[in-house]
Ligand binder design. Structure first.
Ligand SMILES: C[S@@+](CC[C@H](N)C(=O)[O-])C[C@H]1O[C@@H](n2cnc3c(N)ncnc32)[C@H](O)[C@@H]1O
Length: 179
């Protein structure tokens, strides 16, 4: 795969995501909500590799990454509203941890404002002003975060036992890779 192919596929998923009524409703709810603490950072776990050979898993990861980009944009607008002096949306730092990311994933995600962190550095980025996004990570993310530092907010989905969400993986040199 190439960076150009990644860009085409992610743009397509982003367009699809933005056209969905559920995404527009979610966007409006996020814009309207007044959290007790401002959210100034996003840390994601287990979004999956965009280089996956299986189109099912690849599309899921592309859609979840597109969703993160929409959330980054909304939070940037919210920060702008609260900042003095106006100006454009304030870029919200976004980090993502998944041991399955390839070098190409890392380069591409960086071009979209998402910095890939090696395990366990994602956990160390979480603070009280962080939105954690953990979508079916094959790791006990909520438990680790509960032990280390409670985030400002969390969007999480767990892997349900017996569901088709369970991705088979293999360990290579201590790193988990999807099969
Ligand atoms: C079941 S897949 C879910 C992928 C995608 N979020 C989805 O819903 O299709 C689990 C993912 O968690 C990742 N993972 C495993 N260990 C992890 C860790 N320590 N931190 C973050 N992600 C991890 C795997 O590499 C894999 O991409």
């Amino acid at each position: 795969m190439t960076l150009e192919e990644f860009a085409l596929d992610l743009d397509c998923c982003e367009e699809l995501m933005r056209s969905m009524e559920s995404c527009q409703n979610y966007r409006n709810e996020l814009l309207a909500c007044k959290p007790s603490r401002s959210i100034t950072k996003i840390v994601c776990f287990g979004l999956g590799t965009l280089s996956h050979v299986d189109p099912f898993w690849r599309t899921r990861s592309l859609l979840q990454t597109a969703m993160v980009i929409v959330i980054m944009e909304v939070l940037g607008h919210k920060l702008k509203k609260t900042a003095a002096g106006g100006g454009g949306a304030i870029p919200v730092p976004c980090f993502s941890q998944d041991p399955a990311y390839s070098d190409l994933d890392k380069e591409f995600l960086a071009s979209r404002g998402i910095t890939v962190l090696e395990d366990p550095k994602g956990f160390l980025e979480v603070d009280e002003n962080t939105l954690v996004i953990a979508l079916a990570p094959a790791a006990p993310v909520r438990q680790v975060i509960a032990d280390l530092q409670w985030p400002g907010a969390m969007i999480a989905r767990v892997v349900e036992e017996g569901s088709e969400m369970v991705l088979e993986t293999e360990m290579v040199d201590g790193v988990e890779h999807p099969l």
